[in-house]
Design a protein around this ligand. Structure first.
Ligand code: OSB
Ligand code: MG
Length: 375
């Protein structure tokens, strides 16, 4: 594929309701979409940065900068044999996985369309439908949280994840567990605790949770290995895992028993598949995390979730939970059994609603390769 043009857009999209984590509240999303054209074929990717550097160090603005000033110049006009080759062209850029992933995933969409395959198949996916859970933001009170869980369970979701932080943890989990003794339940702290909180965190062991996600510092695998030895609940790492070498280190150290794979966090489909493979080789189950994506990022998540070691329900849920009007057609829908059917159409398998995308665009930049002589 010869990369002819790259169009970067910033979209302003408003979540239906605010989402609260231990690091803050989000409602107005600033989403970057990447559109790449190669050999006349268009592919789409989404940059999954947050607006502020509180989940990881990237932001919407750092991604705009890195893509504009460093990734695009390395790609425009280049001839690639496959999407996976992009990695070698941008490996000199340290970190900034989310910026890289937004572009790389657009190339994967192109490669799949060129080969007339659904992206899931091109990645080696085998599942025909994927299991869905939901991630619920922090609420005012345990009662309001139980109300929200009740509504999600009635929609069929197979696993409920509760965001927690100090002061909004044990009582909230206890209330949900009391109401729903048997559901698959997990918690996500987004690095809100330290090892000094070990006794407090051990208080979660009685609730039979599937896992506790990223309780301690975002960049410290070793400290999670210490904690895992002292609590019964399985630790799942999210923020700590930026690539497959991190996954290997975490598994070898005993820092977790489960890993959450996020395309943006690990730099795109190529590295996500490596993380998947490392975990599979060590019998560590994985699941697909979410970053409050628009339909484009969601579609990529669906495709990745078809790989065989995605054996736990992920955070990939219906478009309708996030957006009044999603930017893809059809929207991502979830069945009453809490599953998403994997699309068969080539590429990401959903079409992008261009008119709506243009309407939501607040900033746009376009790069074009020079026309080849004789072309
Ligand atoms: O840690 O999984 C996380 C949202 C923003 C940043 C980090 C996380 C999340 C979620 C939401 O949990 C998942 C989703 O519904 O997209
Ligand atoms: Mg998380």
């Amino acid at each position: 594929m010869r990369i002819e043009s790259i169009i970067l857009r910033e979209l302003e999209m408003r979540l239906k309701s605010p989402f609260e984590t231990s690091f803050g509240v989000t409602q107005k999303r600033r989403i970057l979409l990447v559109e790449v054209i190669a050999d006349g074929v268009t592919g789409w990717g989404e940059v999954t940065t947050s607006e502020a550097p509180f989940y990881n160090y990237e932001t919407t603005d750092t991604a705009w900068h890195i893509i504009s000033d460093f990734i695009t110049p390395r790609l425009i006009g280049k001839e690639l044999r496959a999407a996976a080759e992009m990695e070698s062209l941008v490996s000199g850029i340290r970190g900034h996985q989310m910026a890289k992933a937004g572009v790389e995933n657009a190339l994967w969409d192109i490669e799949a369309r060129q080969k007339n395959l659904p992206l899931s198949k091109l990645l080696g996916g085998t599942l025909k439908e994927i299991a869905c859970g939901v991630s619920l933001g922090i609420r005012e009170s345990p009662e309001l949280l139980v109300e929200k869980v009740t509504a999600e369970i009635s929609q069929g979701y197979q696993r409920i994840k509760l965001k927690i932080k100090p002061g909004k943890d044990l009582d909230f989990v206890a209330a949900v567990r009391k109401q729903f003794p048997r559901i698959h339940l997990s918690v996500d702290a987004n690095s809100a605790y330290t090892l000094g909180d070990r006794d407090h965190l051990r208080g979660l062991d009685e609730f039979g949770l599937l896992m506790i996600e990223q309780p301690l510092q975002w960049d410290d695998i070793y400290v999670h290995a210490k904690l895992q030895k002292q609590i019964e609940t399985a630790i799942c790492l999210d923020e700590c895992i930026s690539h497959s070498r991190h996954a290997e280190a975490a598994i070898e150290l005993g820092a977790c028993r489960i890993i959450n794979v996020k395309l943006g966090r690990v730099g795109g489909h190529t590295e996500a598949r490596r993380v998947h493979d490392v975990c599979q080789a060590h019998a560590i189950p994985v699941w697909c995390g979410g970053m409050l994506e628009s339909g484009v990022g969601r579609a990529h998540n669906v495709a990745m979730s078809t790989l065989p070691n995605f054996t736990l329900p992920g955070d990939v849920s219906a478009s309708q939970r996030y957006w009044a009007d999603d930017i893809i057609e059809p929207e991502v829908v979830v069945s009453g059994q809490g599953t998403i059917r994997v699309p068969h159409a080539p590429g990401i398998g959903y079409s992008v609603r261009r008119e709506l995308v243009e309407k939501l665009t607040v900033k746009k930049r376009n790069w074009k390769a020079e026309v080849m002589v004789g072309a």
